[in-house]
Design a protein around this ligand. Structure first.
Ligand code: ATP
Length: 922
């Protein structure tokens, strides 16, 4: 941007175009009159007699009074003859107003002189001012933090703050927006309403003036008309929203509410003690202290403490400070990994300051949602995250991450990133919490200037908070269970003397007490021993002697070994439930209620009440919950899966009828036809692999066993279901895992699995898009001798009367990898055989998962012309690409290595832009 300054000889001059290091400046907001001074005039030093020059002089003088050397006026700071500069300026204008130190609104139709100094005299003119009717002045009102209004005599009328009520009444803009709240809090419809009564001289400007309000960018096309400009604006807003939707795994704000709710609600004020501690104050007040690490044993209340701290920070941090947070939960595979942490943190940051989305959009616009999910998502997300935190426009930022110990995948990487970023982004502060884990301690060891707070060392404060918690819980219990005063006092005394500063212990005992009648409570209290593990032991012992012991223990065993939280629809597949409970969510919830306080249900999904409960069951109580060993439970899940799947899987299970129906067109019913078998579809092979020590499995894997029988009858229906569940690639990986088992004594099963893998891999792309194509193109084009084809020949639709001539057997080609848009010139396997890299004349280098054929995004771009050769480095960590005319040296070798299978893999480049992935038998 160019700025104006007083050049000392009484004249006003322009600075050169400033890219960075923009000094503090004031900015003018006004309505255009006939005689405005232009950029050329100011450059030539003419135009000083024009009426518009008075406004520039006013701005210069007012800026000087406010101690500002520089200022900006839209009439003369943009070279409008340069269309690129004009477009850039319009796209940046909101930001320029936002970055200004002061904004002066010059109202040429409002008079305020010493004579009409009283409010009544000027207020009516103020309310009617033309300034409130113009389009561009909307962002000039909203974007700057400090806005002062001046009359035509240059007398100050008031500020955006002091005139807030009047401005709100005149414009209908909510006060929060006037106070600088992030605009993303206001929905699109509401923001469009703000511009509706306003006018612009050029019709398209009505849409263009909203670019900053919606934080989007687009090229300007004057002459396109207002309707087209608004249409393009809406498209840009949709793209932004889509990107946010894809980035969002779960909204950390909703996670926070859910966690507070499932943990029984945050006790008001129970966390205030921490704000007064020296560690917290040091973190808060010392700019050097970038990290506060809160650590403590299980159940000490760290998560709830962080919920409280977040609430406090929301209230007390300046509005301009960004606050983003994330809660890791080991029991939920969606939010138990490092990538999810970054997605959540970025999502909230972008929600607060949408302009930051540019760091995401750079890659997202090419790659789409897969960017956040494929093998490289960590690399991509950590780069985006680093760029966001280093953005020069990022205001001070506060990031909070709870339960690092529950980040089960990628914790070391996450710790490294946090420590690295601290040195690059000094305006970012972190609060993290975790258990007292040496590995986390070690991760943070390298970081200097951190504060750490151990809850065990703050015993007095924690115990005081636990006492308040006990009081509130006992009052709640006394009311609910109708305790008399003596009982209430006895409970209060018992909890106070045995809690030892552990919230969770109190919460669990109170939960257990809800099922004991008031008159029995006093004599039962001593049955709840102090200490979490001892209490858990007492609960499991109680379950073991209850009427429903068998069922409860199998529920606990299943929930402890499954790969993701299980739903109420899925659970009855694995545990014998009373006959009439199926589909009766209330009954199922009651049954789960018998499992003591170990489990909780939310949104029809069963999870552990706390990670420590799962740890207890799988370690201390392993012999009670898994009397025949964990493989037994895995075996039960595997074998029951194969019993229940045939009861649901069938051809066209969603009654789609039209074979071309794509997955995105499928409407989800509630409950969905596959609801009960979703888990089984996706994990039956994993559980099979986890119970290989079981003898029964030997029989199951014979040609006469259940696995072969299931595949022969249901393989295609299973593929259809996997497609409906958008998990074909996961299915292929499962089949490959099965194939890796040795089936020397089951030639039929072995051959079927090999054929099934060929069938699935060859048709992955089409089945992934349209589930019913599994019976059409996939089957019809399978080779004559394909075992799958023969087994399911009857499924080929009868309307396909003339079938194509197909090969007799599967040929050497495994799969066609489609994606390049021009000839593929070079391909190579990675040294471990897991990836394929390809270079093409389309100028891109792409990578593929060798097992499934799925493209690994994003494509590597950077070459401006065709790529002639590609190779992995011998360690597989780098890819070398060659463009012949640039004469680069290729180091290392192109590696066509053996995969650890029976085949020698080959992949062949083709002129048609596709890659043929195949094998030749050794
Ligand atoms: N401030 C609080 N207000 C209300 N309930 C609380 C509070 N602190 C703790 N609790 C209760 O104690 C239980 C354990 O607390 P929390 O989950 O915060 O512990 P934690 O230290 O994070 O445990 P872990 O390290 O094992 O995850 C919660 O489920 C809740 O019932």
């Amino acid at each position: 941007m160019r700025l104006l300054y007083n050049n000392g000889d009484g004249n006003i001059s322009l600075t050169k175009f400033l890219e960075n290091d923009i000094p503090k400046y004031a900015i003018l907001s006004h309505t255009w009159e006939e005689e405005e001074v232009t950029f050329e005039e100011l450059q030539k030093g003419i135009g000083t007699t024009k009426t518009g020059y008075a406004k520039i002089r006013f701005c210069a003088e007012q800026a000087k009074r406010d101690g500002l050397q520089y200022f900006w006026v839209d009439t003369c700071c943009i070279d409008k003859s340069n269309s690129a500069e004009l477009a850039e300026a319009i796209n940046s204008m909101f930001r320029w107003y936002r970055m200004s130190t002061k904004c002066y609104v010059y109202l040429s139709d409002v008079s305020r002189t010493p004579v009409n100094i009283d409010r009544m005299a000027w207020e009516s003119a103020f309310r009617k001012s033309r300034w409130f009717t113009r389009g561009w002045t909307l962002q000039e009102l909203i974007a700057p933090t400090s806005v002062d209004f001046f009359s035509k005599e240059s007398n100050r009328i008031g500020s955006k703050r002091s005139l807030e009520q009047q401005i709100h009444e005149i414009t209908g803009i909510p006060k929060m927006a006037l106070q600088g709240a992030y605009l993303s809090q206001f929905d699109d419809k509401e923001r469009f309403l703000w511009i509706q009564p306003r006018q612009t001289t050029v019709e398209e400007d009505k849409a263009y003036s909203l670019l900053g309000i919606f934080d989007v960018q687009m090229p300007l096309r004057y002459g396109e008309g207002m309707a087209s400009a608004f249409k393009r604006l809406e498209e840009e807003i949709d793209k932004l929203n889509k990107c946010l939707q894809d980035l969002r795994l779960s909204d950390p704000r909703d996670d926070k509410s859910r966690i507070e709710e499932t943990k029984g609600g945050l006790l008001e004020g129970s966390y205030l003690w921490i704000l007064e501690t020296s560690d917290f104050r040091q973190w808060r007040n010392n700019p050097q202290t970038w990290l506060l690490w809160i650590k403590g044993d299980p159940g000490k209340g760290k998560t709830m403490l962080l919920c409280g701290i977040i609430n406090e920070l929301k209230k007390s941090l300046p509005k301009s400070t960004l606050l983003s947070y994330f809660f890791c939960q080991a029991t939920n595979s969606q939010i138990n990994n490092a990538t999810a942490v970054l997605r959540g943190l970025i999502y909230l940051l972008v929600n607060e300051q949408p302009a930051l989305i540019s760091h995401v959009r750079k890659r997202y616009d090419q790659a789409g949602k897969a960017l956040f999910e494929d093998l490289n998502s960590w690399v991509v997300l950590s780069e985006m995250f680093t760029n966001i935190l280093q953005d020069p426009n990022l205001k001070s930022t506060c990031l909070v991450v709870d339960a690092l110990d529950e980040c089960e995948v990628g914790l070391p990487k996450l710790l490294d990133l946090i420590v690295q970023i601290s040195s690059k982004s000094p305006q970012t502060k972190w609060i993290v919490s975790s258990r007292n884990w040496p590995s986390i301690e070690k991760g943070f060891n390298r970081a200097t200037q951190k504060a750490s707070m151990c809850l065990e060392l703050n015993e007095k404060s924690v115990s005081a908070a636990v006492s308040t918690y006990i009081k509130s819980k006992v009052n709640w219990l006394a009311e609910r269970q109708e305790y008399d005063i003596d009982t209430r006092d006895a409970v209060q005394r018992y909890l106070s003397s045995n809690a030892h500063g552990t919230f969770l212990w109190v919460a669990l005992v109170c939960q257990e007490l809800t099922s004991i009648p008031g008159w029995e409570v006093e004599e039962t209290l001593s049955a709840f021993p102090p200490g979490l593990n001892t209490l858990y032991m007492r609960i499991i012992e109680q379950i073991s002697t209850s009427r429903t012991a068998k069922r409860c223990k199998s529920i606990l065993a299943v929930v402890a070994v499954i790969h993701r939280p299980i739903t109420l629809d899925e659970l009855p597949s694995f545990v014998d439930m009373p006959p009439r409970s199926s589909g009766n969510y209330k009954a199922l919830a009651e049954i789960i209620g018998h499992c003591g306080s170990f489990l909780t249900i939310r949104d029809r999904t069963v999870t552990f009440v706390h990670q420590s409960a799962k740890d207890f069951l799988t370690n201390t109580a392993v012999d009670i919950v898994f009397p025949s060993g964990m493989p037994d439970t895995h075996y039960a899940i595997f074998s029951r899966s194969l019993q229940v799947l045939p009861t649901v899987l069938q051809r066209d299970v969603y009654s789609l009828r039209a074979p071309g129906t794509t997955v995105s067109q499928v409407e989800q019913a509630d409950p969905a036809p596959l609801a009960a078998v979703r888990y089984s579809c996706l994990y039956w092979i994993d559980h099979l692999l986890e119970c290989q020590s079981r003898e029964e499995l030997i029989g199951d894997l014979k040609d006469s066993g259940i696995v072969y029988s299931f595949l022969r009858q249901y393989f295609l229906y299973w593929l259809e279901a996997l497609s409906l569940l958008q998990s074909i690639s996961q299915g292929i990986v499962m089949i490959q895992k099965l194939e890796d088992l040795q089936f020397d004594k089951s030639p039929g099963l072995s051959a079927f699995i090999q054929d099934a893998r060929r069938f699935a891999v060859s048709n992955r792309s089409i089945i992934e898009q349209a589930p019913l194509q599994v019976y059409c193109s996939a089957l019809v084009f399978a080779p004559e001798n394909s075992i799958v084809r023969k087994a399911f020949e009857k499924c080929i639709p009868s309307w396909i009367q003339t079938k194509p001539r197909v090969e007799t057997n599967w040929n050497a080609m495994l799969q066609v990898l489609e994606g390049h848009t021009d000839a593929v010139t070079s391909v190579a396997f990675s040294p471990d055989g897991k990836q394929i890299v390809s270079g093409s004349w389309d100028g891109t280098v792409r990578r593929w998962d060798a097992a499934t054929g799925q493209q690994l995004l994003p494509a590597l771009e950077g070459h401006t012309d065709e790529v002639n050769s590609v190779a992995f480095s011998p360690d597989g960590k780098q890819i070398v690409t060659l463009h012949v005319s640039e004469n680069w040296l290729v180091e290392g070798t192109t590696n066509l290595l053996l995969l650890p299978t029976r085949y020698r893999p080959t992949c062949e480049a083709t002129w048609g832009g596709i890659i043929a992935l195949g094998h030749s038998t050794c």
